[in-house]
Design a binder for this molecule. Sequence first.
Ligand code: IPE
Ligand code: IPE
Ligand code: MG
Length: 239
Amino acid sequence: MALSEKTTLPPPQHIAIIMDGNGRWAKKRGLPRTAGHAAGAEAFRRIANYCRTLGVRYLTVYAFSTENWKRSQEEISGIMRLLRRYLEEALQDMEKNRVCFRFFGDLSKLSPELQKLCYDAQNRSRDYDVQVNFCLNYGGRNEIVQASRAFAADVAAGKYQPEDLTEELLSSYLYSKGVPDPELIIRPSGEMRTSNFLLWQSAYSEYVFMNVLWPDFSPSHLDEAIAEYHRRNRRFGGT
Ligand code: IPE
Ligand code: IPE
Ligand code: MG
């Protein structure tokens, strides 16, 4: 498929991205992994702005997984430092950029300083053009476990009976409450797995796997993924 492939069809309203390949991008250049994460943050800025131009309503990005704590302390602190810097800037530019934030994940494991930035960004968010759902210390299994616990607590408190649980009710306990499921999930970097991303919400998402490292991801790669999405025939179990 040619790059810069553009379509006149409307874009999906919700696109999710596994921002992968920062480490390999840095390694190819003989740079430390943190330099790859810094370049990845730039790619994220580009793509969030481009989503606004396209009229995409929700952009969900996987920034740090529940499994990423297995990495070296040096790499983890580098990532956390970049996140702090990014959120400080985003808070300042929120009105100008018209991008608002929500956070999916267990924020309690993050530093108090970073948690405060996340809550400030979430609380200051208005109904801007694009809503970015930032997945931080996020795991799809963890999300389902915390939702199950919260429902069980409501049953114990007498609010519900176990048989009241439906797909809709369980969805309302997830981090993604109120956000429609993503129509399109993109994974750059050449890996073809979900790595614990949006396990519940991806039931009928279209996956597009791409052979580009996240720091090199450009608006034309997004056009290419959207064009591929439009070529798919979504049946949802029908014919
Ligand atoms: C994604 O890039 C960023 C995070 C997981 C935090 P990686 O750091 O996983 O990059 P690769 O996969 O090693 O190239
Ligand atoms: C998934 O990428 C997590 C993020 C992009 C934040 P990983 O690099 O952690 O996934 P694996 O280890 O290749 O499955
Ligand atoms: Mg990776």
